[in-house]
Write a protein that binds this ligand. Structure first.
Ligand SMILES: *[C@@H]1O[C@H](CO)[C@@H](O)[C@H](O)[C@H]1NC(C)=O
Ligand SMILES: *[C@@H]1O[C@H](CO)[C@@H](O)[C@H](O)[C@H]1NC(C)=O
Ligand SMILES: *[C@@H]1O[C@H](CO)[C@@H](O)[C@H](O)[C@H]1NC(C)=O
Ligand SMILES: *[C@@H]1O[C@H](CO)[C@@H](O)[C@H](O)[C@H]1NC(C)=O
Ligand SMILES: *[C@@H]1O[C@H](CO)[C@@H](O)[C@H](O)[C@H]1NC(C)=O
Ligand SMILES: *[C@@H]1O[C@H](CO)[C@@H](O)[C@H](O)[C@H]1NC(C)=O
Ligand SMILES: *[C@@H]1O[C@H](CO)[C@@H](O)[C@H](O)[C@H]1NC(C)=O
Ligand SMILES: *[C@@H]1O[C@H](CO)[C@@H](O)[C@H](O)[C@H]1NC(C)=O
Ligand SMILES: *[C@@H]1O[C@H](CO)[C@@H](O)[C@H](O)[C@H]1NC(C)=O
Length: 651
């Protein structure tokens, strides 16, 4: 942990609401970081595949590895078909060698219908909207294929289309289709069915895909409901492509940018770090387009030469110093692919895939949580090997170490500090960055309240698994996180950004809780957490500079920050109140504002500190908006009570 120097926290007098009298000056503050609130997305248990990546078909291309061999699951036979996995002598591609053979089962009647069906990712949402599908087939079949969406409970067909077979015996042929169900299905217990007539031999299928409409209508894009949620946070950066996701469990399973690009037929997929094979349909270009769609700054993580090795920290798989150059070069190639002119080797590769216009990367993080995976080699050679090469090629790029401290940095860069805590811990960390070394930017790349308070307020998080995690973010956690990030805002000259982590939880198969947004196959069930609403309020109110304050009170139980748009009297005041029995009166005057000036006060609170939001439920977070008029001396007066998170803006 970094050395923390706490502000003096005033002792609390039960029942007495000590007034906070504040004068806010216009000039003399520090520039605030335009990045401040961002997004951390980890492709954790089906947050990518089966999550925000909109593909509806689970196991669409039978991808596998030594770690997770290809499987037929969850495909099922239709009409007495016999399904088997095959590596054909003619593969669809070297990346996708395995396909499903659909043959007539024993005892089938001639002229019957056989096929296969897929339940989606724990269900399929059927709405009156256009679905776009495709599949590759190999065989001698000459009739029609039928693609359908149908109910798994009643077999009612919601949509169906016939596709004329263009099959050939020695060549894979892609078939495309669209359909639009006339009505919505009442639930998500539906299946996708692909069938054909028997009597013409078997057919092999591969890369069977079905997409609903996506955000911004991007082909191979993201779920609109979840993207709208992220957009609603008004984020300013996005750490791609995740944390543990880049590392890989064991040798050779790191995230390889160059195997996540190009047509889906060219992406082999890889064993991810969360117990299943990833399709890599959500690849490097898709992550960059996601940043474009959200209009956020990408913070690109590059692999730093260590595999997770099943979290065996005593013996991680580390690339020795003599070999690290290969991976440094790979990171440079990736940057050239993203940013290079089309005359460069990898810029030309990008253009050949249909993206002549380069993207821009201003921030690169070297590795992920290297403090947990062999910090010694990170400090002695891994970090500097990447730093030196990237800095030489891109001198203006900001390079961030992943240890959360300055051990590897030695005067060169910023660092990404991660902390998971309990409410009582974050509530004491308002001043965490006040005395930090100001020559290094700090990214709070991951934070979240993951367990509740204990009688002893200094009890650290229990990582042993003995104490369960919160399943959903609770309001007292959201308030304490607000105190933590208000402390970051106050130090916006060095704390460049903060992102709650992780972003998503697939309620059907989650590994880590709590998460910012919980979802299942049904877009109507998405749960935006209490922390989500707190971050949304703070993130949607930005200012260019912090504003100096003079006060008669210390911080606690109210914690606050003031800001101003430089050269104006547009002020923003943000506060969170943690432990108090009595409401706290505030009297605030802002330089340059007189009696009669107006402001808007927005306050969030919840029925109790333990309130949380669940899938399909009502939002427990209540918002109260009040217009205030400045009294004599330009003073705005109001009260905040326990667990209020408030933003006041003058106008
Ligand atoms: C704070 O301001 C209020 C109202 O202006 C005043 O009554 C009170 O005495 C002030 N408190 C302190 C500690 O100055
Ligand atoms: C296909 O080839 C892969 C790689 O050699 C192998 O692991 C897999 O078992 C094969 N699958 C089948 C169905 O033969
Ligand atoms: C879907 O319906 C089938 C058939 O009634 C049932 O067996 C299955 O449990 C249902 N699945 C879900 C997720 O409700
Ligand atoms: C991707 O790059 C790595 C080198 O980092 C190389 O070993 C691998 O063959 C490349 N993959 C493809 C498909 O070109
Ligand atoms: C990282 O490791 C160094 C040395 O092992 C230690 O001093 C520091 O406290 C650690 N930082 C974090 C954030 O864990
Ligand atoms: C702060 O960081 C700079 C650059 O790495 C270093 O030179 C300086 O000694 C540090 N200051 C303190 C007080 O540690
Ligand atoms: C909040 O109150 C609890 C219970 O009285 C106490 O244990 C804890 O230290 C307080 N935390 C803060 C940050 O004031
Ligand atoms: C994560 O997903 C994999 C594959 O679906 C599953 O085997 C594993 O149990 C999941 N982990 C948890 C903790 O849910
Ligand atoms: C500006 O930053 C300095 C530290 O560099 C800090 O002491 C001061 O409080 C900050 N001022 C404001 C208004 O945030």
């Amino acid at each position: 942990m970094l050395g923390s120097s706490l502000l003096k926290i005033l002792p609390l007098l039960a029942g007495v609401g000590h007034a906070v009298n504040l004068s806010v000056a216009r000039d003399g503050g520090n520039a605030s970081s335009p990045l401040m609130y961002g997004i951390m997305f980890e492709d954790i248990n089906h947050s990518g595949d089966g999550g925000i990546y909109a593909e509806l078909i689970q196991n669409r291309a039978f991808q596998g590895s030594i770690e997770f061999p290809s499987t037929l699951a969850p495909w099922e036979a239709v009409g007495n078909a016999k399904l088997s996995l095959q590596n054909n002598t003619v593969p669809l591609s070297s990346a996708l060698p395995t396909s499903v053979n659909v043959a007539q089962g024993a005892g089938s009647r001639a002229g019957g219908v056989i096929g296969l069906q897929n339940p989606g990712w724990w269900g399929l949402s059927v709405k009156p909207q256009t679905y776009t599908g495709s599949f590759w087939a190999l065989g001698s079949y000459k009739g029609q294929f039928t693609a359908k969406l149908q109910s798994a409970t009643t077999s009612h067909v919601w949509a169906s289309v016939q596709i004329k077979s263009e099959c050939e015996q020695s060549k894979w042929v892609e078939h495309k289709f669209q359909f639009k169900p006339p009505v919505a299905a009442p639930d998500t217990n539906n299946t996708f069915v692909l069938e054909f007539n028997t009597g013409h031999g078997s057919v092999n299928f591969n890369l069977i895909s079905l997409f609903p409409p996506t955000y911004n209508d991007r082909p191979n894009g993201n779920r609109p409901d979840l993207m709208k949620g992220l957009k609603g946070l008004k984020p300013s950066y996005f750490r791609i492509p995740g944390g543990n996701n880049i590392e890989g469990d064991t040798f050779n399973y790191r995230w390889k940018w160059n195997e996540t690009i190009g047509p889906l037929t060219q992406r082999p997929g890889r064993p991810g770090t969360w117990g299943y094979e990833n399709t890599d349909g959500l690849g490097l270009v898709e992550y960059l387009q996601w940043c474009e769609d959200l209009e956020v700054e990408p913070v690109l993580a590059v692999w730093s030469g260590v595999y997770l090795n099943g979290y065996n920290n005593a013996n991680p798989d580390v690339i020795p110093e003599a070999d690290i150059g290969i991976y440094v070069q790979d990171a440079l190639n990736e940057l050239e692919f993203i940013m290079g002119d089309v005359s460069t080797e990898y810029g030309a590769l990008r253009a050949s895939l249909g993206y002549p216009k380069p993207w821009k990367i201003n921030y690169v993080e070297i590795g992920n949580e290297d403090n947990l995976s062999d910090p010694a080699s990170y400090t002695s050679y891994r970090f500097m090997a990447f730093y030196d090469a990237i800095h030489a090629a891109y001198p203006d790029m900001k390079l961030i170490s992943s240890t959360g401290d300055l051990t590897a940095v030695s005067g060169h860069s910023g660092t990404d500090y991660h902390e998971y805590a309990r409410p009582n811990i974050y509530a004491t960390q308002f001043g965490l960055w006040d005395n930090a070394n100001r020559s290094h930017p700090i990214l709070l790349g991951e934070y979240a309240t993951i367990q509740g308070n204990k009688a002893d307020p200094s009890t650290p998080v229990d990582w042993s698994g003995a104490e369960p995690r919160l399943q959903y973010p609770i309001w007292v956690g959201a308030v304490s996180e607000a105190i933590y990030t208000l402390g970051a805002e106050r130090n916006g000259d060095i704390v460049i950004g903060a992102s709650y982590a992780p972003g998503f939880q697939n309620l059907n198969d989650f590994q880590w809780s709590p998460d910012l947004v919980s979802f299942n196959a049904d877009p109507d069930q998405v749960a935006f957490s209490t922390s989500y609403y707190a971050i949304q309020l703070l993130s949607s109110h930005r200012y260019t500079h912090t504003a100096p304050m003079t006060s008669d009170s210390g911080f606690g139980p109210a914690f606050y920050v003031a800001g101003v748009n430089s050269g104006t009297t547009e002020y923003t005041f943000k506060a969170a109140v943690y432990n108090t029995t009595a409401p706290i009166p505030f009297n605030i005057d802002f330089e340059g504002l007189k009696q009669g000036a107006k402001s808007k006060l927005t306050v969030l609170n919840a029925p109790s500190g333990l309130s949380y939001n669940v899938a399909g439920g009502q939002n427990v977070v209540k918002e109260t908006v009040t217009e205030l008029v400045a009294k004599k001396g330009g003073v705005f007066s109001f009260e905040l009570k326990e667990y209020d998170i408030a933003v006041l803006t003058t106008f």
